[in-house]
Design a protein around this ligand. Structure first.
Ligand code: NAP
Length: 335
């Protein structure tokens, strides 16, 4: 039987995930929609899923008897309450990042899930499902023990409302999760270094910045965040091991030889870069939800990402001094 899904938050990503479930993936159907503005949910219903019930309150959607599993795709500050309600109802829940806007909030979710005694939450860290990163993880096993990682996260531009801490909470958060997963390691400290400000960076935004993370196994990671790079959306990752180097492959692109030039196009939109991984992560959620559980990136991963993000934001204000990252013991549920 198809997993009956309710979607809370029908903005950009909620609409896209609804399309994915209705038009791309098998094994699930959207039966309920909710948004702070019911008109937004009704618009998604009209465009994508005419039979869905629209709820004014996300809590009512979670409680509905015909909703088996929940997608939380609303504004980040609302995630914690909805995920806790889904756990309390015993319903599998896919939550877009961030799991919560504070580490304490993420810890409350971990505690609630542990009390339930089974995995119910998948966090939307979709890079773990990207074919390039999956291949990079396999290659990492062949290059000897990792020593260093060089990574970059570049966006062509960002809106005026994007401030310096958002470079961590909204942008670096994906590297924080995927690099920890690639290395099977945890962070112990963070530093942030700022070169001169790029001319295109708006007032109030320090851009670019370089985050240096150290892991428990002694790996040193540098991540360049440059969100006004202008030329494209560019994700780079290179792992330096004892015996060799493994690099994240470039996205597939047609190479041309034309007008005395050899050229490869570069993507400009993050949605194009990770479109396949969104499909695969939701497919994973649907399969696990059909068994009444969750897999993939966990509440624990969301909690660790929140602790690490907070340390990085603190490090933005310490003029290059390292900020310690201390994690509590991991509950056995997440082994
Ligand atoms: P968005 O377009 O602003 O959509 C969020 C929707 O949630 C809006 O319609 C918003 O209404 C609604 N909302 C606000 N408070 C609500 C509440 N209490 N209950 C129900 N709905 C509520 O944002 P988005 O770009 O889709 O992002 C949504 C989340 O997904 C964010 O946490 C974002 O970080 C995450 N995200 C993740 C990725 C990824 O790569 N994994 C990509 C994009 C987004 P109002 O507009 O009236 O506030």
């Amino acid at each position: 039987m198809a997993v009956r899904i309710g979607v809370i938050g029908t903005g950009m990503i909620g609409r896209d995930h609804t399309r994915r479930i209705q038009q791309v993936l098998a094994g699930a159907e959207v039966v309920a929609l909710s948004d702070y503005h019911p008109a937004a949910a009704r618009a998604v219903r009209a465009d994508l899923v005419p039979a869905a019930q629209v709820y004014d309150l996300g809590e009512d959607l979670i409680a509905a008897a015909d909703v088996d599993a929940v997608l939380v795709t609303s504004t980040g500050s609302t995630h914690e309450a909805y995920v806790l309600a889904a756990i309390a109802a015993g319903k599998p829940c896919f939550c877009e990042k961030p799991l919560a806007t504070t580490a304490d909030g993420a810890k409350r979710i971990v505690d609630a899930e542990v009390a339930q005694g089974r995995r119910l939450v998948q966090v939307g860290f979709m890079r773990r499902y990207d074919a390039g990163y999956v291949a990079l993880k396999q290659a990492t096993g062949r290059i000897g023990a990792p020593i260093m990682v060089h990574a970059a996260h570049r966006n062509p531009t960002v809106p005026a409302a994007y401030g310096t801490p958002m470079a961590i909470h909204d942008t670096l958060i994906h590297e924080i999760d995927v690099l920890r997963w690639l290395l099977d390691d945890d962070y112990v400290s963070a530093r942030v270094l700022f070169p001169r400000k790029a001319a295109r960076a708006h007032d109030g935004l320090r851009d670019p910045q370089v985050v240096v993370l150290e892991t428990a196994k002694g790996v040193l990671i540098d991540v360049e965040i440059f969100v006004n790079c202008h030329y494209g959306y560019d994700i780079q990752c290179e792992i330096v091991g004892e015996d060799g180097i493994a690099r994240l492959p470039e996205p597939m692109a047609i190479q041309t030889r034309l007008n005395a030039m050899l050229q490869n196009p570069i993507l400009t939109d993050w949605k194009d870069r990770f479109v396949d991984s969104y499909d695969i992560e939701l497919n994973d959620f649907i399969r696990a939800a059909g068994r009444g559980t969750a897999s993939g990136p966990s509440s624990w991963d969301g909690y660790v990402a929140a602790i690490t993000s907070d340390a990085c934001v603190t490090a933005q204000g310490t003029e290059g001094e390292a900020v310690a990252i201390t994690l509590p013991d991991r509950p056995a549920l997440y082994d």
